[in-house]
Design a protein around this ligand. Structure first.
Ligand code: FES
Ligand code: FE2
Length: 399
């Protein structure tokens, strides 16, 4: 029933303008997005630093699906639907923990980390345990980033792994340490957060701290001369500088851009906040930014990495899970302090969350009408083009 409605909304969308109100507020649009974007693409779940030891696990709630991501005995990462193969109970009830085996709290069926059924008490002798392993979820680890997909046939992820590897290798993410995590529950539509992160038209007025750190972010000065000079320096150190831009059907992006001369890190005073990560030997790697649609954003400087996992929970609610990663050998109190590590992104992020909530409230108005993008918002327009393309694809596959 919703398809003619969604078809009409898509047909009426005018490129170069923000989306119509129902794209942000309507439940049937959200349900359609869930089916054709969230359940079809790769979703960032977390990092290896979340589950450093065998048996460490975390649960990622995606709409009705609870997913367990668990570290195997040899460092592998497994992902399973958190639904018991007996009568369907949730197995892991805590969001994080460590379990040598996964034991269902209802009748105590026991599953291995890889999902195979190990023990089913009091079942008949001829019961075939091999048929009742946990339902698997597709999982890939790109350097230290864990991505899952709820699709049976997700898009090829090897291209993301290939493109991200040269950027990520110097960070030695498989040894990185999780220093801090923070969750925000926003009253906004998930796409408004994505849109906010695809433009810096708002940065000058909204982000004085960010603009102090990043040359060109205020749109009043050119970053080009510094970028040209830094590119040569970065290349001489073996740091990847070739931007991975979105193409028509791709869903990932990577870029390196310069900090303002003299700025060492993302911090309020511009000074370093931790020891350099991995193979970095100084504080001159600029900023590495990465995106994987629909839910992953990451920024890294020489001494720390900030990841954002975006989870849509309804048309009007979005959860953001932020994590700060440091070098695996960095010690709190000696090499970094949490306060200094998180101050920059806490301030900058909270400025953005406010903008995203304001944006949503305004869009709920009976008088909201789509408005034109500025030239500086070209990438938002491209994001919306990607989104509309996925929705059109959904209409086609829906018949
Ligand atoms: S529902 Fe899990 S053991 Fe019965
Ligand atoms: Fe922002």
């Amino acid at each position: 029933m919703s398809n003619p409605y969604i078809r009409q909304l898509i047909e009426e969308h005018k490129m170069g303008f923000s989306l119509a109100q129902p794209f942000y507020t309507n439940q049937s649009v959200f349900d359609f997005e869930w089916k054709h974007i969230w359940k079809k693409y790769w979703l960032f779940a977390g990092t290896l630093a979340d589950i450093p030891k065998p048996g460490d696990y975390f649960v990622y709630q995606l709409h009705n699906d609870s997913i367990v991501i668990i570290r195997g005995n040899k460092g592998e990462v497994f992902a399973h639907y958190n639904t018991c193969r007996h009568r369907g109970s949730l197995i892991c009830l805590e969001e994080r923990g460590n379990a040598p085996k996964l034991v269902c709290p209802y009748h105590q069926w026991v599953f291995e980390k890889d999902g195979t059924l190990f023990k089913a008490r009091l079942m008949p002798d001829d019961f075939d345990k091999a048929k009742y392993g946990l339902h698997p979820v597709q999982v890939r680890v790109a350097e230290g980033f864990i991505f899952i997909s709820l699709a049976d046939n997700p898009p090829d992820f090897s291209v993301v792994e290939r493109d991200f590897a040269p950027f990520l290798k110097p960070f030695k993410l498989n040894e990185a340490k999780l220093a801090f995590r923070k969750r925000y529950e926003l009253r906004t539509n998930w796409k408004l957060v994505a849109e906010n992160f695809r433009e810096c038209y708002h940065c000058g007025p909204a982000h004085p701290e960010y603009c102090s750190a990043v040359i060109g972010a205020n749109m009043k000065e050119s970053a080009e001369p510094v970028l040209a000079e830094k590119k040569t320096v970065w290349q001489s150190k073996g740091l990847e500088t070739e931007t991975v831009d979105f193409t028509k059907n791709s869903f990932h992006f990577a870029i390196r851009y310069p900090l303002r001369p003299g700025v060492e890190s993302y911090s309020l005073d511009g000074k370093k906040v931790a020891k350099p990560m991995g193979e970095h030997s100084d504080y001159d790697a600029g900023v590495l930014g990465m995106v994987v649609y629909p839910n992953f954003w990451m920024d890294a400087v020489s001494d720390y990495m900030w990841t954002m996992r975006l989870t849509a929970t309804s048309p009007s609610t979005t959860i953001l899970d932020l994590a700060w990663l440091v070098d695996g050998k960095a010690e709190e109190g000696i090499d970094y302090s949490i306060d200094r590590l998180i101050e920059f992104w806490k301030i900058t992020g909270e400025q953005d969350w406010q903008l995203c909530e304001n944006n949503f409230k305004g869009i709920e108005s009976s008088r909201y009408t789509p408005g034109p993008y500025a030239p500086a918002e070209l990438d938002v327009d491209r994001y919306i083009e990607w989104y509309i393309g996925r929705m059109k694809q959904g209409l086609l596959s829906n018949g």
